[in-house]
Design a protein around this ligand. Sequence first.
Ligand code: TXA
Ligand code: MG
Length: 304
Amino acid sequence: MSGVEGAVAALKAGELLILPTETVYGLAADAGNAEAVAKIFEAKGRPRFNPLISHVADAVAAERIAVFDEAARKLAAAFWPGPLTIVAPCRDTIAVSDLARAGLDSIAVRVPCHAGARAVLDAFGGPVVAPSANRSGRPSPTTFADAMEETGDSASAALDGGPCAVGVESTVVSVLDGRVSLLRPGSVTREEIEALVGPLDGAGEGHRSPGRLTRHYAPSSPVRLEAMSAADGEIFLGFGQGQGETRWSLSPSGDVREAAANLFRLLREADRERPSAIAVAPIPIDGLGEAINDRLRRAAGFVG
Ligand code: TXA
Ligand code: MG
């Protein structure tokens, strides 16, 4: 198998891929496969479920998953393929897992210009999520060797695309409710963006600091943690064998990866039923369990 074929086979099999882009190396997975996406958070260590960027082959593919207004279209036409990420409302018919979006109604999309990344995206045909391939708290890798050293062990394929030409992560702009905000500065500059779409809206920029880049999804129903069963009117999200209804189980077999993959979807579905509360079974605190517990504590209102 050639490098690109092997890369695509790994994505199709739900495995991780070290993917070169013009900005930094990414640790990539099939965006539609929540269990594959869970592996990314696991591989990065000290996992937190941040929303990920969906990489696609072109602007047409981007508009299949995101709703673009006039300003978003102008930005895409001017800077794609290239190091700009656009956050826009996601489509209802979305092919990207809830986990990849951290349960949000918006989605981040980008069309990279690196030839290796483009070959993979063309051949794979669907959206590919890829955060930077570093382990948590470490700098983003910009060479193949650095990427391999960081998270190569967790990937079943790796594409050597040479050193990254840009070397810093893509510029992230949100285009939501008719407002354009700069969420993360990058090599596409504020001036270049403003020349195209006019003055940026400063309001979104307060969210720029790490971890506060965006408001995370919170259910409108109260969330009760460490529950052993449902009280009257509650929905019980179980974990492990014999814990509540299978339909509402985060993982019937007690597997944290499966629980991560189901978390945001089940919170959403439970919320829609308007229960008196969503009661959630205790989840182990190690490995991916740390991220699950972090999200659950936030959903329950314990952390801002
Ligand atoms: O250059 C890049 O963008 C690299 C390469 C691999 O493409 N990827 C990258 O991904 O830097 P990551 O996951 O490290 O950064 C994604 C950024 C985060 O700051 C995240 O909060 C933001 O994009 N983001 C993703 N979805 C978002 C959303 N729906 N709303 C607001 N911010 C979002
Ligand atoms: Mg990163």
